[in-house]
Ligand binder design. Structure first.
Ligand SMILES: [Mg+2]
Length: 307
């Protein structure tokens, strides 16, 4: 959307590479082509190259948990790269969308005020469960959020988080492989991909939808997704996901933007694997913490901070 030339060139390149991939039995990722996860094994048909082709794809659903995903990666230049070498050199980092890449609650509040006269600020959300903040049922909350998905406040694009693009660009140009792992629902996957393409084009190799709080369809836990795709670090603002992933042995950077996300606080005690969770307050701190973690994650014999 908005860059037909890029899509066109990418589609031509991908068509070329897909042909080779079919011969080799592998599936590739490319900066302008986001691979979605389907209920079936990854195949060239699960690669989505343009918004139009995404809309035509009949069976794009939740991630399947296929263990073959790791071994199916190739470099963005299109040169096949064995999975083992890839794991040695590139640290796979999963990135959440809402409140980490974009200001979802900020835009949601604008919608709620316009549609229902509800007056809330980001600072009102002591927990990231809207029904509890709004004092309504979960069903009503889901309904309002899905109305928001249909509104210009959402489809027009939620604002980005400052500093994310610059940091992610540097990371993607060094030894990190970036994927999106979001709790977002299947029903907004096209809008989400368009938004990512508009604001973070070429930075993410793959996009995984957990389909949480959905009106229909199965959901997948973020910890399951991260483990199965080999993500060693998750960047997320939600402490529930942070706790869940840390308990599963995954490092987490808990994104509490400027320390001003009321919901993004860990319990004072009783956190399992708490050493795996580090609080970060902006994208500069994300970069610093990844630099500290990366050597030990790439070479497990090193202690964190050694290099
Ligand atoms: Mg989030």
């Amino acid at each position: 959307m908005g860059r037909p030339g890029l899509h066109c060139r990418a589609a031509q390149a991908v068509a070329h590479r897909e042909e080779a991939a079919v011969r080799c039995g592998i599936v590739r990722a490319c900066p302008f082509v986001r691979r979605l996860c389907t209920t079936q094994s990854p195949s060239p048909s699960s690669i989505v190259s343009t918004p139009a082709s995404r809309r035509r794809a009949p069976d794009i659903r939740a991630w399947s948990g296929s263990p073959s995903l790791n071994s199916s990666l190739v470099s963005t230049s299109g040169t096949a790269r064995p999975a083992a070498a890839n794991q040695d050199t590139r640290l796979r980092v999963a990135v959440d969308v809402d409140e980490v890449l974009g200001r979802f609650v900020y835009a949601l509040n604008l919608f709620c005020k316009d549609r229902y006269g509800m007056e809330y600020k980001v600072g009102d959300y002591w927990i990231y469960e809207f029904a509890k903040i709004w004092g309504c049922s979960q069903e009503r909350s889901n309904q309002i959020v899905h109305e928001f998905f249909e509104s210009q406040h959402f489809t027009g694009g939620i604002p980005v988080i400052p500093g994310a693009l610059e940091t992610l660009t540097r990371l993607s140009e060094s030894d990190y492989e970036l994927v999106v792992v979001t709790s977002r629902q299947h029903v907004i996957q096209d809008v989400t991909l368009d938004w990512l393409d508009r604001h973070y084009s070429g930075l993410f190799q793959e996009v995984y939808f957990g389909n949480h709080f959905a009106l229909e369809g199965k959901s997948r836990k973020k910890s399951d997704i991260c483990k199965n795709i080999g993500a060693r670090v998750l960047i997320d603002d939600n402490p529930s996901y942070a706790l869940e992933c840390a308990a599963a042995g995954i490092n987490v950077l808990l994104y509490d933007w400027e320390g001003a996300y009321p919901w993004s606080k860990l319990p004072a005690s009783g956190v399992h694997n708490s050493e795996l969770i580090r609080v970060v307050r902006d994208w500069g701190e994300v970069e610093q913490q990844l630099a500290t973690l990366a050597p030990a994650l790439r070479h497990p014999t090193l202690a964190p901070g050694d290099s």
